[in-house]
Write a protein that binds this ligand. Structure first.
Ligand code: NOJ
Length: 534
C-alpha cells in the first residue's frame, strides 16, 4: 500500500481564531496568540491546525464575510504574523489549513462595491443580480440560511442581488470566468505562502441553477423548525455543474506538492461521493454531529459510509465545529469520553474542535451579549452559535488565561476547574485521555490505516439489548488487531465477543491498562475500552 499522506494519518484540530488566545489584550484572539500556544498543540499530538477566517472583514459573520482574501485583519494581526505562525508550526511538524470562502464575499469587498456602483460596471456580473418579479417581489422564493429571502434589493441600481447567507455576504457568480480566475489567484496566494491546504466554506452552494427556478416546498417541514427548512434547496445547492468547479480548484492545488482540499458539505453520505469524485480529498462527514447518540444508529452510519467509499476515497469524521452545539453538551460529560475514543479509533481523519478536548460546554449567552447574526435574525430558536464559540479555557487565572482584557464572549463559569492547566497534570482528565488516544493512534498503524469491521455481542448468553448499549468494532492492519468496545449506557454491561483474548491498552477512565481480556468484557457505565488482541 502507498504511504498514507499527512492528511490521512494526521489529526485535524479546528482553531476559531477569535477565541483561541488573545495576544494584545483587546479581548479577541489573534494570530500571535495562536503562535504563543503552538507548544500546547504539539504536546497534545494534533498534526494539523485548521484556522477559521482571519482575513480583513467587517465581521458581520465574524470573518466569513471577507473584504480582502489576501491579507490579515488588523484585529488578528498582520501577514508577517501569519508567516511567523506558519513557520513555527512547520518547525513542529504541524500543518496549517486555512479557510477558503468561495461562495460569497463581504458587501464591503472592492469587487462588490464596484459591481454595485452601476449596472454597466464591468464587474457587475461578478455577483448574481436580477430584476424584480412582477409586483416588485424578489426574483424567486429562495431563502437565506440566516433567515428571510435570499435576495436583497439594491436601491441605487434597482435590482436584487443574491445572498445565501447574510445580506452583507453577496454570492459570487462562479459562472463568470473572471471570478474563477480571481478566486484561483487567492488559492495561489496562500499556497505560495506555504499553507498546507484549504477548508472550503459552503462548497455545495457555489453554483446555483442558471434559470434560478423556485425551490420546491419541503413536505416534511413542521412549524417551529428552522424556517430555512421550509423549502428543499433543489436549485440553490448541490448542482451538477459544481463538480467542474471543484475540478478547477483541485487543478490549482495540484500545482503544489502534497496539499489538501477539505470541503464543508452538509449533505447525506451518498452525496459526499460525488465530491470525492470531483476532487475534494476530504468532504467533511458531519454525521456524528447530526445523528442520535445511539450505538445502533452510529453503527449504521459507519457501515453505510464504509460501504460507499472506494479504496481511493479516504474517510473522515467530525465531532464538533463552530456552527454546532459542543459534544460535551450534546452527549454529556460522561459520554464525551466515549465520543473521544470513538472519534480517534474510527478509520479516517478525525477533526477535533478547540476546547472539546477539555470538555468545554456550550455557554448560555445573555440576550444583551449575543454576537451571532443568526441568533439576531432568527431569535429564540436555539440557532445562535455563540455558545460553542466562547474563549478557550487555558487556566484558572483571570479570564481563563485567554486575555488580559474583556473577552468578546463571556467565559464559561466552570473555567476554574475545566481548563488546560488543571487537566494537563491530572492523569484521569479528559485532556489526558485525548492525549493518550492521539499517542496510541499515532503509534499504531492499525488505528489509522487498518480495516474496520463491526463486532456484535455473541451468543444467546449475551444479555438482551447489548448491541443497543454497546458499539464494538475491530481495526486490523500491519499485523495488529484492536477491539474497541464503547458503552453508550449508564449501566454496567457484560459484552461477550469471539475475538480471542488480549489486553486493555486504553480505557476511558485510564485505569484498566494491562488488564487481560477473554471472551467477556465487563464494561462499567459510560466506559470505552481498547483491547489489543494477542
Ligand atoms: C459555514 C461556516 O462554517 C459558518 O460559520 C458561516 O456562517 C457560513 N458558512 C457562511 O460563510
Amino acid at each position: 500500500m502507498e504511504q498514507p499522506r499527512w492528511w490521512q494519518h494526521g489529526v485535524l484540530y479546528q482553531i476559531y481564531p477569535r477565541s483561541c488566545m488573545d495576544g494584545d489584550g483587546d479581548g479577541v484572539g489573534d494570530l500571535r496568540g495562536v503562535l504563543s500556544r503552538l507548544e500546547y498543540y504539539h504536546w497534545l499530538g494534533v498534526t494539523a491546525l485548521w484556522l477559521s477566517p482571519f482575513y480583513p472583514s467587517p465581521m458581520a459573520d465574524f470573518g466569513y464575510d471577507v473584504s480582502n482574501y489576501t491579507d490579515v485583519d488588523p484585529l488578528f494581526g498582520t501577514l508577517d504574523d501569519f508567516d511567523a505562525l506558519l513557520a513555527a508550526a512547520h518547525r513542529l511538524n504541524i500543518k496549517i489549513v486555512v479557510d477558503y470562502i468561495p461562495n460569497h464575499t463581504s458587501d464591503q469587498h472592492p469587487w462588490f462595491l464596484a459591481a454595485r456602483s452601476s449596472r454597466q460596471h464591468p464587474q457587475r456580473d461578478w455577483y448574481i443580480w436580477r430584476d424584480p418579479a412582477p409586483g416588485g417581489d424578489p426574483p424567486n422564493n429562495w431563502l437565506s440560511v440566516f433567515g428571510g429571502s435570499a435576495w436583497q434589493w439594491d436601491e441605487r441600481t434597482s435590482q436584487y442581488f443574491l445572498h445565501s447567507f447574510l445580506k452583507e455576504q453577496p454570492d459570487l457568480n462562479w459562472r463568470n470566468p473572471d471570478v474563477r480566475q480571481a478566486m484561483g489567484e487567492v488559492l495561489r496566494f496562500w499556497l505560495d505562502r506555504g499553507v498546507d491546504g484549504f477548508r472550503v466554506d459552503a462548497l455545495a452552494r457555489v453554483i446555483k441553477e442558471a434559470a434560478l427556478r423556485d425551490d420546491p416546498p419541503n413536505p416534511a417541514y413542521t412549524p417551529g423548525q428552522d424556517p430555512y427548512y421550509q423549502l428543499l434547496p433543489t436549485y440553490s445547492r448541490d448542482l451538477p455543474e459544481l463538480q467542474e468547479v471543484i475540478g478547477f480548484l483541485r487543478r490549482i492545488v495540484d500545482e503544489y506538492d502534497d496539499r489538501v482540499v477539505i470541503g464543508e458539505v452538509y449533505l447525506p453520505l451518498p452525496r459526499l461521493i460525488a465530491y470525492y469524485e470531483a476532487g475534494v480529498h476530504l468532504p467533511f462527514n458531519f454525521q456524528l454531529l447530526k445523528v442520535a447518540w445511539q450505538p445502533l444508529i452510529i453503527r449504521q452510519v459507519i457501515d453505510t459510509y464504509e460501504g460507499l467509499l472506494s479504496a481511493q476515497q479516504w474517510p473522515n469524521w467530525v465531532l464538533g465545529n463552530h456552527d454546532v452545539s459542543r459534544i460535551a453538551t450534546r452527549v454529556g460529560q460522561d459520554q464525551a469520553r466515549v465520543a473521544a475514543m470513538l472519534l480517534l479509533t474510527l478509520r479516517g481523519t478525525p477533526t477535533l474542535y478547540y476546547g472539546d478536548e477539555i470538555g468545554m460546554r456550550d455557554v448560555a449567552i445573555p440576550p444583551a451579549l449575543v454576537q451571532d447574526p443568526w441568533e439576531k435574525n432568527v431569535p429564540g430558536r436555539g440557532l445562535g452559535r455563540d455558545p460553542e464559540r466562547t474563549p478557550m479555557q487555558w487556566s484558572a487565572e483571570r479570564q481563563a488565561g485567554f486575555t488580559s482584557g474583556t473577552p468578546w464572549l463571556p467565559l464559561a463559569d466552570d473555567f476554574m476547574e475545566v481548563n488546560v492547566v488543571a487537566q494537563r497534570h491530572d492523569p484521569r482528565s479528559l485532556l489526558t485521555l485525548y492525549r493518550r488516544l492521539l499517542k496510541l493512534r499515532a503509534s499504531a498503524p492499525a488505528l489509522h490505516n487498518g480495516a474496520y469491521a463491526p463486532v456484535g455481542s455473541t451468543g444467546a448468553a449475551g444479555p438482551a439489548g447489548v448491541d443497543e448499549q454497546v458499539l464494538a468494532y475491530t481495526r486490523t492492519g500491519s499485523g495488529n488487531q484492536f477491539l474497541i468496545v464503547l458503552n453508550f449506557s449508564a449501566a454496567l454491561v457484560p459484552f461477550m465477543h469471539a475475538k480471542g483474548h488480549g489486553h486493555i491498552c486504553l480505557s476511558t477512565e485510564l485505569d484498566r491498562e494491562g488488564e487481560e481480556v477473554t471472551g467477556t468484557l465487563t464494561l462499567r457505565a459510560n466506559e470505552g475500552i481498547i483491547v489489543q488482541i494477542a
